[in-house]
Design a protein around this ligand. Sequence first.
Ligand code: FAD
Ligand code: PYC
Length: 402
Amino acid sequence: ALRHHTGWERAWSSPEPKKKYDVIIIGAGGHGLATAYYLGKNFGITNVAVLEKGWLGGGNTGRNTTIIRSNYLQDPSAAIYEKSRSLYETLSQDLNYNIMYSPRGVIMLAQTEHEVRGYQRTAHANALQGVTTEFISPARVKEIVPIINLDGPRYPVLGGLWQARGGTARHDAVAWGYARACSDMGMHILQKCEVTGITRGGAKVTGVSTNRGDIACDKLGVVVAGHSGHLADMAGFRLPIESVALQALVSEPIKPCMDCVVMANTVHGYMSQSDKGEMVIGGGTDGYNNFTQRGSFHHIEETVRALIETFPMVSRLKMLRQWGGIVDVTGDRSPILGKTPVDGMFINCGWGTGGFKAIPGSGWGFAELIAKGHSPLTDAFGLDRFHQGRFIDESVAAGVAH
Ligand code: FAD
Ligand code: PYC
């Protein structure tokens, strides 16, 4: 049937590297590609290369469970995550690429009195921040998720934080859509191009060394998630980041049974149903730092065991496959977007277990930071907050056990 489908145009070109670009972005994950896209779209900066050591979207962007929400507690977080969520709403039209945004709603279950108070507080904060969320009763939870067991053997469901316009999107499509749009603007996306060194002239960045030769630039954006520590090391400074594996798994496909996303953070597990019918399930991070894109074996059993309390039907599902990604975690569970000790070099990292939802907003703000030297979206997230003790504590909103 595919016999006649020949001569398709490539979605993005594969050029040879130029000697010099105005801006180089290291890392063709969602955040790196979105940064390049908004540099071109919002600031007319198109002499840009995005360098990727593997294939684009092959890092955490292509490995995550695609939950999109903006129900964070602190004002700077609500601003960037809500900007991001609102950009997701129209991203398919903007990129002319179907990213399959599905605002199916996200519930974070409250299963202890502590969580009830915590999520009620978040709902109040969100109301002040212009983020639409509400704290809902157990009966309303059951209405939205008929397959749920409210009584749970250990932790009954006492309510939930509901964001009706949260949801999911197709992760690969987000990367592919941005990549095609960047390529259409004349930017170079260089895959299999690993950065091995950062070159400086005095205090200022001058370019990078790669396995495809040295490339010069005026400005450098580093957006490499779990490898951020390595890149900082190449430039001669340290980051307050730990890299750790986070994993997910999917079941065999079944008939539609749950049309929203549910996160059960006390027992620790979360679940949604993919368009193919698989139950998409995720658990917590490994308990030790590592660089395996796999995750510890025991997490699989612990996550499924926890979910069975709230979703007994899971006990009858066969699991199909499991994978992991290397997430970059900061002490306050908030990202770092800012200048570095090297002039002209900017860093965007620390999205940890929750950066897929942030891709458009982060790209928007980081592009502004690179182009203009600061952005209202990113100002609070600079490295200086760790010296000043100005933490943006989002350990509860992160929703994933670390
Ligand atoms: P990446 O997509 O990892 O991109 C970084 C890129 O840099 C990689 O492609 C890598 O190859 C490249 N790179 C590294 N070193 C070099 C080098 N030296 N030279 C050139 N290139 C280099 N977030 C959510 O919001 N919702 C979720 O439901 C969710 N679920 C998750 C589930 C799992 C299992 C995992 C692992 C993560 C999850 N996340 C989730 C987090 C989310 O995936 C990440 O925060 C986000 O994808 C980070 O995007 P990124 O572009 O920064 O990183
Ligand atoms: O950030 O919502 C999130 C998330 C869910 C699972 C992993 N990250």
